[in-house]
Design a protein around this ligand. Structure first.
Ligand SMILES: *Cc1c(COP(=O)(O)O)cnc(C)c1O
Length: 393
């Protein structure tokens, strides 16, 4: 049995999306920028995808720019706005729990002479509007806060945060890679000037994304070259990828409500079973204001990586919030930002569902997880100390 519970890392390309993409690899291979009629169909397909994506967030198709993924969109939004508005000011505000595509770009901008404020979050991972209000300065040009966190699933109060940025004359960017197509979003209602999204987090292909740029926002081009994307993002368009992301957006819009209901119910069942059946476990993130498919736990006296390896042996694919996989032994910056101690943050496990996840899979996962946590604790000297102390007390 193979159980894929890592849908926050990437998702399966749905068969309808793949079917839509295939002709653009073979029959319709023309460069959409070409003049001849053979290219016209590809131009049309690209513009159709732009419409499908714009419709999902209430934007105008002209405000959608195709990129090579969420990381590029984040880099573009931050670097190019910083450059375009540097005469107005050099102060940028973000949060401590952003994806590294935002955090590492901010660190780069600091080296280039910009000043960045990294806002604290509360114990559930929320950025409070008051905290942002206090951090705003006359020279603040940009605020970038993610719509929902990729590790703990917390949904941020984006509409209020965007409003504050605007009241102070700053632009508002949001990394919506985790929420795009998963929860309802409208760029006008939530005061957004720029929004990053990625195809592969909503059953579309990898290597394609978008940056929404509100009409009127000054932004420098990021990839210099040809005149594609109105001269703002050069490079031959990734037609199959774009067509796939468009179809994925269309499907996401159509099925969103049923998917949200299904995933939320199954996710809550998972959380309830884990918290009630595994001692010394906790849920990370906000209980209600969280992505429908996200569950993130910490188990005391257990190492996240050991859990992952043992789950893998049972055919269960999950993730630990920690950055250990990238060769560092530091626990997740998100879990530290919500106030967890290193020791506890190390024992984290993220399970992210899809609309295809079944109750049987969740039951099997919890049954195996119980055994795994028990086994790992039996090997843990910390747990031994802890139980000995408890008995002594
Ligand atoms: C996955 C992810 C990214 C990166 O997107 P890619 O398309 O993989 O480059 C950025 N931000 C968040 C919140 C993500 O979850």
């Amino acid at each position: 049995m193979n159980i894929y519970l890592d849908n926050a890392a990437t998702t399966r390309v749905s068969s309808d999306v793949l079917k839509e993409m295939l002709p653009y690899f073979s029959e319709n291979y023309a460069n959409p920028s070409a003049i001849y009629s053979f290219a016209a169909e590809n131009q049309k397909a690209v513009e159709n995808a732009r419409q499908q994506i714009a419709a999902l967030i209430g934007a105008d198709a002209k405000e959608i720019y195709f990129t090579a993924g969420g990381s590029e969109s984040d880099n573009w939004a931050l670097k190019a706005v910083a450059e375009a508005y540097s005469e107005k000011g050099k102060h940028i505000i973000t949060s401590k729990i952003e994806h590294h595509a935002v955090l590492h770009t901010c660190e780069y901008l600091e080296k280039m002479g910009f000043e960045v404020t990294y806002l604290d979050v509360d114990e559930f991972g929320k950025v409070s509007p008051e905290t942002l209000e206090k951090a705003m300065r006359p020279d603040t040009i940009l605020v970038s806060i993610m719509t929902a966190n990729n590790e703990i699933g917390t949904i941020e109060p984006i509409a209020e945060l965007g409003k504050i940025a605007h009241e102070h004359g700053a632009l508002f960017h949001t990394d919506a890679v985790q929420s795009f197509g998963h929860i309802r979003m409208n760029v006008d209602e939530i005061n957004i000037d720029m929004l990053s999204a990625s195809g592969h987090k909503l059953n579309g292909p990898k290597g394609v994304g978008i940056l929404y740029i509100r009409k009127g926002v000054k932004i420098r081009s990021f990839i210099h070259g040809g005149a594609q994307e109105r001269g703002r993002r050069a490079g031959t368009l990734n037609v199959p990828g774009i067509v796939g992301m468009g179809k994925a957006a269309e499907l996401a819009q159509k099925t969103m409500q049923t998917r949200i209901e299904y995933e939320t119910k199954l996710r809550n069942y998972l959380i309830e079973r884990v918290l009630s059946e595994i001692p010394y476990s906790r849920l990370n993130g906000d209980k209600n204001e969280r992505l429908p498919n996200n569950a993130n736990f910490c188990f005391r006296f257990v190492e996240g990586e050991s859990m992952l390896i043992m789950l893998d042996k049972c055919g269960i694919y999950a993730s630990s919030g920690s950055a250990c996989t990238s060769g560092s032994l530091d626990p997740s910056h998100v879990l530290l930002a919500i106030g967890l101690e290193h020791e506890i943050a190390h024992g984290s496990l993220r399970l992210t569902l899809s609309e295809e996840t079944t109750k049987e899979e969740i039951d099997y996962t919890v049954d195996e997880l119980k055994k795994i946590v028990k086994r790992l604790r039996e090997m843990s000297p910390l747990y031994e100390d802890f139980t000995a102390k408890k008995k002594g007390a």
